[in-house]
Design a protein around this ligand. Structure first.
Ligand code: HEC
Ligand code: HEC
Length: 449
């Protein structure tokens, strides 16, 4: 009888243990790969710098050029110089959000941390319209060519304001643009066809060099299928229709090929190799299960981590469910058709990202709420209010991340306020158990990958 009881208890315990492990695993969802197109990296870079995927903007001429000499040929600039119907224009490009300065270097593919989306730019659209008429006259070809840009600015500007400089509203921007597009032929519609939510949930653009390891795009893993097709949605800003969309789409296979050639920047400080070695073992024990391993036998598991396990700010992930109209629009639209279809698949969590070049990619987490990797690994020390040292884009080698000042309240538009919904810095407590020495060892290791 006693033996029978023992066996039962044993089985029960085993069941519980297995169940516990199972629960943990159930919260880690493996993302499956999709076939990607190949292309020519050189042509991809050229198209990114000089292409007309955004085919409207600010007209320039010798008499009217707000921008000076920017964005032509081999120069990396957040504006491209394009010519549409014989009108020379300056158009914003991907580097507005996907390039940044760090400690004196300009790094292509690094998420931008200083763009100011806190200002409602609606006035700029009005100002531009008035200026164009006064300079070129009513119904001039310049005014016509600028029209798609002005109407997009006017329709979106009041919907994409963030709470802090550096926070990026691109997800909301995409949704607002979709609301103004016919989903079959992508033509502009003056009236929004779906309800536009109030809130603007910020995201921090992931570094481009990580994409080649990923099976899904975006911090929430919502972007599935053909990556080139997903990326070209930026053209929705000014695109005329699906004729132009098909042309842009073909070029984006090259853009993807270029992005896949970008390597992470190497850490340029001194590394204590012995300490980093200690850190490597700790990392492989505690962190590799989600983030993969680095060095000679590198591997990356591609997990989406459930909100219940990761516990970081849930608003961005849950907004995919809160506003199904955008997902439905996309999955029924031109983008989701044909051999190179892309689609959105909302999940309940965040991708555990590859950490190559992570020393450079701060601030951290999907919303950029945590300034340094030290703070990622010690949740009780994370500052509630902080601002980046922007004047020099300076680097903090000790805590590994951007240099910041801790604040006691939201002083100005540069102060990151983690109490605002969507801007929270909670969760990811996996480094809290480390002793201070172990934590510093892991930090040292992360400088080397
Ligand atoms: C207005 C700012 C903005 C512009 C312009 C922009 N992006 Fe992004 N991009 C973002 C943000 C923000 C994210 C992250 C969104 C998220 O994860 O929810 C992102 C994500 C990405 C990713 C996914 C990376 C990953 O690892 O999941 C790629 C690739 C990308 N963008 C490429 C481009 C290309 C190419 C262009 C130009 C055609 C472009 N982006 C234009 C803001 C921008
Ligand atoms: C259960 C899976 C899991 C484990 C274990 C885990 N992480 Fe993470 N980690 C994530 C996810 C998911 C994110 C993205 C969270 C977000 O953006 O909201 C993340 C984000 C990070 C980031 C920020 C990356 C960036 O660019 O924003 C760093 C750094 C990091 N983890 C380091 C570690 C280290 C070091 C360990 C080991 C102590 C560890 N993680 C353990 C899942 C995990």
């Amino acid at each position: 009888m006693i033996r029978y009881l023992k066996t039962t208890i044993c089985l029960l315990l085993m069941g519980l243990l297995l169940c516990g492990a199972g629960l943990q695993e159930w919260r880690k969802i493996k993302i499956k790969p999709a076939v990607q197109r190949s292309g020519d990296p050189g042509q991809g870079l050229d198209y990114l710098m000089n292409g007309d995927f955004v085919d409207s903007g600010f007209p320039i001429s010798p008499e009217f050029n707000l921008f000076g000499d920017v964005g032509h040929d081999q120069q990396l600039s957040p504006f491209s110089r394009i010519s549409v119907d014989d009108v020379e224009m300056i158009a914003p490009n991907c580097f507005q959000c996907h390039a940044d300065s760090l400690n004196g270097a300009y790094i292509l593919g690094l998420g931008n941390t200083s763009f100011d989306f806190t200002v409602d730019m609606s006035f700029a659209a009005q100002l531009m319209a008035i200026q164009l008429v006064s300079i070129y006259g009513e119904d001039s070809k310049e005014q016509q060519a600028a029209q798609p840009f002005i109407r997009a600015l006017a329709a979106t500007a009041s919907h994409i304001q963030t709470e802090v400089v550096g926070a990026n509203p691109a997800d909301k921007l995409a949704a607002v643009l979709a609301a103004h597009r016919n989903r079959d032929d992508l033509t502009w519609q003056e009236e929004a066809t779906m309800e536009i939510p109030e809130e603007v949930v910020p995201a921090d653009p992931p570094a481009w060099w990580l994409l080649k390891k990923k099976h899904a795009m975006f911090t929430t893993g919502v972007g599935r299928g053909d990556f080139a097709r997903l990326m070209m949605a930026s053209s929705l800003l000014t695109l005329q229709d699906t004729v132009k969309a098909r042309e842009v789409d073909e070029h984006f296979a090259d853009v993807l090929a270029f992005i896949n050639t970008i390597e992470p920047p190497k850490y340029r400080g001194v590394v204590d190799q012995e300490l980093a070695e200690v850190g490597r073992s700790l990392f492989e024990e505690q962190c590799s299960g989600c983030h993969g391993s680095y060095g000679d036998d590198a591997s990356y598991p591609n997990y989406l981590i459930d909100l219940d396990l990761i516990k970081t700010d849930s608003l961005l992930a849950s907004s995919n469910f809160a506003y199904p109209a955008f997902t439905e629009w996309y999955n029924d639209s031109w983008f989701a058709q044909g051999r190179h279809r892309a689609y959105l698949e909302p999940g309940r969590g965040y991708v555990a990202p590859p950490l190559d070049g992570v020393w450079a990619t701060g601030p951290y987490f999907h919303n950029g709420s945590v300034p340094t990797i030290y703070h990622v690994l010690q949740s009780s020390e994370r500052p509630t209010y902080w601002s980046m040292n922007r004047s020099s884009h300076a680097y903090d080698h000790e805590y590994v991340g951007r240099e910041i000042k801790v604040k006691s309240y939201k002083q100005d538009k540069y102060t990151y306020d983690t109490t605002i919904p969507g801007y929270g810095n909670q969760g990811h407590e996996f480094g809290d158990e480390f002793t201070e020495d172990e934590r510093m060892a892991v930090l040292e290791y992360l400088k080397t990958i």
